[in-house]
Design a protein around this ligand. Structure first.
Ligand code: FNR
Length: 181
């Protein structure tokens, strides 16, 4: 199974990027995870959406070719970071590549609530796209105080979180089978 991860932080030391890389490595037997680059995406612009820059075409093609999308989001000012909304805006137009595409969400922040508000808003945004893109029900992964749970090497060292992730990934795989994927 091919999954693409869209990470809502473009900084090089991003905890969310590290979380995506941890998932990529730990569950490599269950699915192939490619972490997409959204840093090169320009601001969404309706004037160029019919013939967008190569970075946009490449990004949309990769999402189109995947069996599922994993959203990995930080929380900025109690909501979804602008870079992630920008990426979603590109995905939502012209070739609607999220149409029917299953997805699931994880998120990490330094605050104790671990992206609760960002994920609530992200769920609303995905729902609003209205493209019958099914979202894994339940299985809400909020990694709070992430700076205390990931070590220098980028490994998730907080065992209860790792065990919870194991369960969520099992649920995701079973749910994907129900979606005939
Ligand atoms: C934050 N941070 C943050 N954390 C949180 O739990 N709730 C919030 O509303 C915010 N707001 C916020 C706004 C902005 C502009 C920044 C830069 C940061 C802190 C955030 O959790 C922390 O910087 C994470 O490390 C960001 O994720 P990455 O970049 O490490 O993946």
């Amino acid at each position: 199974m091919k999954v693409v991860a869209i990470v809502g932080s473009i900084r090089k030391d991003s905890y969310n990027l590290k979380l995506a890389q941890f998932i990529q490595k730990r569950y490599q037997e269950q699915f192939d995870l490619e972490i997409l680059n959204i840093r090169e995406l320009p601001f969404y612009d309706q004037d160029i959406e019919m013939d967008p820059p190569a970075a946009v075409k490449d990004f949309k093609n990769k999402v189109a070719g995947a069996d599922a999308v994993l959203w990995v989001t930080p929380e900025y000012n109690a909501t979804v970071p602008g870079v992630l909304v920008n990426a979603i805006d590109w995905l939502s137009r012209v070739e609607k590549v999220m149409n029917g595409k299953p997805s699931w969400i994880v998120g990490a922040s330094m605050g104790n609530l671990g992206t609760v508000k960002a994920q609530l808003h992200l769920r609303e945004i995905l729902f609003a796209m209205g493209l019958s893109s099914p979202l894994l029900p339940g299985n809400e992964v909020y990694v709070g105080a992430v700076h205390e749970k990931i070590n220098e090497a980028g490994e998730l060292t907080h065992e209860p979180t790792v065990q919870f992730l194991d369960t969520v990934v099992d649920n995701f795989i079973n749910w994907m089978k129900q979606q005939n994927r």
